[in-house]
Write a protein that binds this ligand. Structure first.
Ligand code: FMN
Length: 346
């Protein structure tokens, strides 16, 4: 069975769910263009999630994907938090902010029973997860309404593990990919490999359809992934400048600039390694620091710095998530970009 048949889509092109930079509008545009649009829910309250899902249902009759993180929330560690706040204190002083009185933005909630209840009202065709899978009980609830289950693997071991949990398709997320590494069996960054090394090895190791992700920016990249055995592609970074994305002004400016050529994995913004354009905070404190609180607790300490800097047009404290190949970012409607990518499919 092809990925198109499995997921009920015309094109094996998945718009990567990208928490914080897109909502229903991007998902609707890509699904209506024949690809699979995705709604990331990691940063949405239950009410916001319901509103976004209703907006998608109202604007497309095509299949779409709903995406969740499924990390285990950590126990806060006061000592580590204090060390981290001390490391950030020169920045608080420089920006003239009292970090204790500044509101913190949305955290990152894992898939939950409450989220499953909201999702059951909409029964999306596809549900995808990052950082492994939720509990067997939660997964069974999602399966019960017929949703196909997809998750990211960053190693052959993770792909085999996902296959053993009977997911329907596996995303091979190469090291080039923007945003968080989906890694969940190991936290050893040296285990992470590039898309075109990972993809054929996962294709060989599992029987399921494999979706290639990471560094695919145009039709030629799509064709190359398909030539290496991908059943489809999941593309994130290339959609970030589309008008339907909610990418911030500083993030858009960075993606359009020369700075986008230099990305790195950093844990400073959330506590887990994620790929973003190198900026001041990454240069001065990282890009990886053992002092950063565990995911997603690190978000809180950076939030006021980020807000202050962004208010004066600077992204020096912002997570500027991007893959290694931002050359495919175009300020064109997402449907048009999807059609351009389609040229890479036989
Ligand atoms: C801004 C941004 C946010 C992301 N957020 C998520 C997310 O919420 N959930 C998820 O499963 N993957 C997320 N990813 C990773 C993508 O699913 C995908 O692996 C990646 O975009 C593919 O690489 P590319 O960006 O080079 O196309 C994000 C990627 C980016 C660039």
């Amino acid at each position: 069975m092809t990925l198109q048949q499995l997921l009920g889509i015309e094109l094996p092109i998945i718009q990567a769910p990208m928490a914080g930079v897109q909502g229903s509008a991007l998902a609707v545009a890509v699904s209506n263009a024949g690809g699979l649009g995705s709604l990331p829910c990691a940063m949405l309250s239950l009410d916001a999630m319901r509103a976004e899902l209703a907006a998608i249902k109202a604007q497309t009759s095509k299949p779409f994907n709903v995406n969740f993180f499924c990390h285990v929330p950590p126990t806060p560690d006061a000592e580590r938090e204090a060390v981290w706040r001390a490391a950030l204190s020169p920045y608080y002083q420089e920006c003239g902010i009292d970090p204790h009185t500044t509101p913190v933005g949305p955290g990152r909630a894992p898939f939950s029973s409450e989220a499953a209840a909201v999702l059951s009202e909409f029964k999306p065709a596809v549900t995808s997860f990052h950082f492994g899978l939720p509990s067997a009980e939660l997964l069974a609830r999602v399966r019960a309404w017929g949703s196909k289950i997809v998750s990211s693997a960053t190693t052959v071991d993770e792909a085999r593990w996902l296959e053993a949990q009977e997911v329907d398709a596996i995303i091979a997320q190469g090291l080039e990919a923007g945003g968080h590494r989906g890694m969940f069996l190991s936290d050893d960054l040296t285990s992470q490999v590039g898309t075109f090394a990972l993809l054929p090895q996962i294709v060989q190791a599992v029987k399921l359809p494999v979706i290639a992700a990471g560094g695919i920016a145009d039709a030629k990249g799509v064709a190359a992934a398909m030539a290496l055995g991908a059943a489809g592609v999941q593309i994130g970074t290339a959609y970030l400048l589309c008008p339907e994305a909610t990418t911030s002004a500083v993030h858009r400016a960075a993606l359009r600039s020369e700075a986008a050529r230099h990305t790195a994995l950093t844990n400073l913004f959330t506590g887990r390694p994620a790929r973003g354009i190198v900026n001041r905070l990454m240069q001065e404190l990282g890009p990886i620091s053992s002092a950063a609180p565990a995911f997603p607790l690190a978000v809180a300490a950076i939030a006021p710095l980020r807000a202050k800097a962004e208010s004066r047009g600077s992204g020096e404290f912002s997570p500027l998530w991007s893959g290694q190949n931002a050359s495919g970012c175009k300020e064109i409607p997402a449907a048009q970009l999807t059609r351009e990518l389609e040229a890479g499919i036989q």
